[in-house]
Each structure stands twice: as structure tokens, then as C-alpha cells.
Design a protein around this ligand. Structure first.
Ligand code: ATP
Length: 254
């Protein structure tokens, strides 16, 4: 996969991928405004960071991967699945972990929540529960199975959300600011668990330290790729830009 250097947008035509995600000429409108215009990208590294200031289009972009947001133009293909033509298959291939666990958690107990997706794809109630409990055991939290989720800490809820998604064995795991409410210890714990996963991971985060070990960083600005390359090249440019923006926003006459 050729990287464009920072500040350079790849002009290579996207090819159809069996592994990874390709966007061809994708345009997304929200609230009557174009948020992403004619974006083409190939995402086939196993660990990809997406950064950008508030409102730059990060969440909009990743929500096209599983059909949560439908582009008004262009095509998104995820591990060989055309998202526009097969949204259910795409939703299964792309596991999505949201910033706020309360937006994702549906059921009162942990095992019920982890089993929910499995029930949706046809497993019997008993099988789904068995698989959910096995998943919890694998992560050392089998004693959570019948605990009310409302009694878990924020970090524990995040882990339940990740396990609920992983139970479905997606090809891609998308994490949209997954650590914002977590303390350093819980965040490090989750990050080290994520490192060992087989899935392709695409993560949005404002704290760039979370991207340790990532292969690629894409900096979005106004819905376009402003820089794309190795995190060691892109992160310093993005940090500098963010600091300049902070200076511009600072009160002038203090
Ligand atoms: N539901 C919506 N209706 C209309 N416009 C929206 C909606 N959601 C987002 N937008 C607009 O789309 C643009 C991109 O928003 P998006 O949430 O993708 O940005 P982001 O980079 O993820 O931001 P943040 O870092 O704040 O989460 C913004 O200008 C935003 O105002």
C-alpha cells in the first residue's frame, strides 16, 4: 500500500480489495451541507489512526464503513462487501465501538448485552449466552455475566462494548474516541488488549499517545485528507497545527 507523504493526497485509483476498505469518489452530505467531497482512499493497514480537529469529518467518514451514514455519491467497499448494496453484511463485517457506552448498551446484564448481536445473526438463546460467557471468560471477566451493566464503571462498560462487538467476529473494528472518559490505567489496559486483536483497527482519538504501534495516520481537515502517512511523520504536523489553532482561540487581552 503506497502512502502519500504528509500534505500529499494519493491520486492512485482505488482498487477493489478483499482485505481492507476502499472508498471511491465518496461524497457525504449532512444537514444539507457537503461534509466529505469526492474522497478516495484505500485503507488496508492493520492499524490506522484518524485524527483531525472537531468537525473535520472523522465520525462521518467511519460511519460510511458500516452503512450508518450513506454517501450521496461514490462507493465504499469493506473486505469485498459493497456497503451500499449489502448494508447488513457490511454492518456485520465492521464492528463499531462508540465514544459513549450508553449509546451502545441495550440490555440490563452483561451476558445479555454481549449475546445480543449473536442472537441477531441467528444463534439460539442458549448458544448465544454460552458464547458470550466464553468471551467474558477469555477476558477474565466471566463473573460479570449476570451483573447489571449499570453497576459497572465506565471503563468496565467500555470493555463490555468492545467484547459485544468482538463476539460477532468482525473483520474491522472501528473505535470512535473510545477512551475519552477512562482513567490512564483502564485506557492502557484496553489499549494493550486491542494490540493483540487479529482485526483491522481504525481508531479516532484526540490523544495521539493512544496510537502507539499504529502503522498509518490520516489527518482530516474540512472533510479532506490533509496528511496521510506514518504516524511519526503526520503526528508532529498535526500537533503543531492544533497548537496554532489553540493560540488563535486563546483570549487576546489577558
Ligand atoms: N447530524 C448532523 N446533521 C448535520 N450536520 C452534521 C451532523 N453531524 C455532523 N454534522 C456536521 O458534519 C461535520 C463533520 O462532523 P463529524 O461529527 O464527522 O466531525 P468529527 O471530526 O468527528 O468531530 P468531533 O471531533 O467533534 O467528533 C461538522 O461540520 C458537523 O457540524
Amino acid at each position: 500500500m503506497p502512502h502519500s507523504s504528509p500534505d500529499e493526497i494519493s491520486s492512485e485509483a482505488p482498487r477493489v480489495l478483499r482485505q481492507g476498505i476502499s472508498l471511491s469518489d465518496v461524497t457525504v452530505e449532512r444537514g444539507g451541507h457537503v461534509v466529505i467531497a469526492n474522497l478516495s482512499l484505500i485503507l488496508d493497514e492493520s492499524r490506522i489512526a484518524i485524527v483531525g480537529l472537531n468537525g473535520s469529518g472523522k465520525s462521518t467518514l467511519v460511519r460510511t464503513f458500516n452503512g450508518l451514514i450513506s454517501p450521496s455519491g461514490g462507493e465504499v467497499v469493506v473486505h469485498g462487501i459493497d456497503v451500499g448494496k449489502a448494508p447488513k453484511a457490511a454492518a456485520r463485517a465492521v464492528g463499531f465501538v462508540f465514544q459513549n457506552p450508553d449509546h451502545q448498551i441495550i440490555f440490563p446484564t452483561v451476558a445479555e448485552d454481549v449475546a445480543f448481536g449473536l442472537r441477531q445473526i441467528g444463534y439460539s438463546k442458549a448458544d448465544a449466552r454460552g458464547m458470550a460467557v466464553a468471551m467474558l471468560r477469555e477476558y477474565g471477566c466471566d463473573d460479570w455475566a449476570d451483573r447489571p451493566i449499570s453497576e459497572l464503571s465506565e471503563g468496565q462498560k467500555h470493555l463490555v462494548c468492545i467484547l459485544s462487538v468482538l463476539a460477532m467476529e468482525p473483520e474491522v473494528l472501528v473505535l470512535d474516541e473510545p477512551f475519552s472518559s477512562l482513567d490512564i490505567a483502564v485506557r492502557q489496559n484496553l489499549l494493550s488488549r486491542l494490540k493483540s486483536l487479529r482485526q483491522q483497527i481504525i481508531m479516532i482519538n484526540h490523544d495521539l499517545d493512544a496510537f502507539d504501534g499504529f502503522e498509518r495516520m490520516i489527518w482530516l481537515k474540512d472533510g479532506t485528507v490533509h496528511a496521510d502517512g506514518a504516524p511519526s511523520a503526520v503526528a508532529p504536523l498535526y500537533r503543531l497545527h492544533a497548537m496554532q489553532m489553540a493560540e488563535n482561540l486563546a483570549p487576546k487581552n489577558l
